[in-house]
Ligand binder design. Structure first.
Ligand code: ADE
Length: 238
């Protein structure tokens, strides 16, 4: 899967995503992370990419021309004739979640546009953007961190990126439940014992215990998710 990220800070995005699991996935050519400096596409002789907003108001706006030319260069270089989904990361978008990550992971290519200053000229957004997505109800100084969060969450769902195939199946948010508590060696640490059932070797009992723990944890920490789970599993309510 190929990620294309349009940004004014390509180093930040490249450095942030080129570590650990994603770096290994890129080496194995399961994913590619391509960054494009929007400033390289401006036709302004001073390399300017922003200007004042019509109608007044504080702050500067990213102009349409460099953003559009950057986008056009990316799409022209791809072999596909299909329109590539283009995500504008913005607090004005739909809130990102695991199901969205799963759905986006089925695309072969994705383009991300990271905004800065007070935003981006609306006209270029109308021409290129297919999805408006936020990572939460708070405002960041730019879209880079949001795009990095999304790329990370999507890339790890690309087949082969995680070694252990199970780990994307049983983790938090699968079936609207949070993941159960987990323990490693030693059996006793600070006088706390690993739950006995996990040492029993009885897989059916372990699975039942884990599901019970997942439900209890979700109920306590994320009552909104718990209600969704219960609505889909009416037999579980005690
Ligand atoms: N840019 C600034 N804040 C953002 C947010 N919360 N989500 C996505 N992009 C953003």
């Amino acid at each position: 899967m190929d990620f294309h990220i349009m940004t004014l800070f390509p180093d930040m995005v490249r450095d942030g995503l080129n570590t650990s699991i994603l770096a290994r996935a890129a080496q194995r050519e399961l994913i590619s992370i391509n960054t494009y400096n929007i400033r390289d596409y401006t036709t302004d002789k001073h390399k300017k990419v922003d200007d004042y907003t019509y109608g007044g108001g504080a702050g500067m706006l990213m102009q349409a021309q460099p953003v559009f030319d950057c986008y056009a260069a990316i799409t022209a270089a791809q072999r596909t004739r299909q329109r590539i989904r283009t995500i504008y990361v913005t607090p004005q978008g739909k809130c990102f979640h695991q199901e969205m990550a799963r759905e986006l992971a089925s695309e072969e290519q994705l383009i991300f546009l990271c905004g800065h200053y007070e935003g981006v000229d609306e006209r270029v957004l109308e021409e290129i953007v297919t999805d408006y997505i936020s990572i939460g109800d708070y405002v960041l100084t730019g879209g880079e961190l949001a795009a990095m969060v999304m790329v990370d969450a999507i890339a790890r769902l690309v087949p082969g990126v995680l070694n252990n195939h199970d780990s994307a199946e049983t983790e938090s948010f699968t079936d609207h439940l949070l993941e159960y508590p987990q323990y490693s060696r030693p059996e006793v640490w600070h006088d706390r014992r690993v739950p006995e059932i996990l040492l029993s070797g009885d897989h059916a009992k372990v699975d039942a215990w884990r599901l019970e723990q997942s439900i209890a944890r979700t109920k306590e920490r994320r009552p909104d998710l718990y209600e969704r789970y219960m609505a889909e599993h009416p037999g579980k309510r005690k």
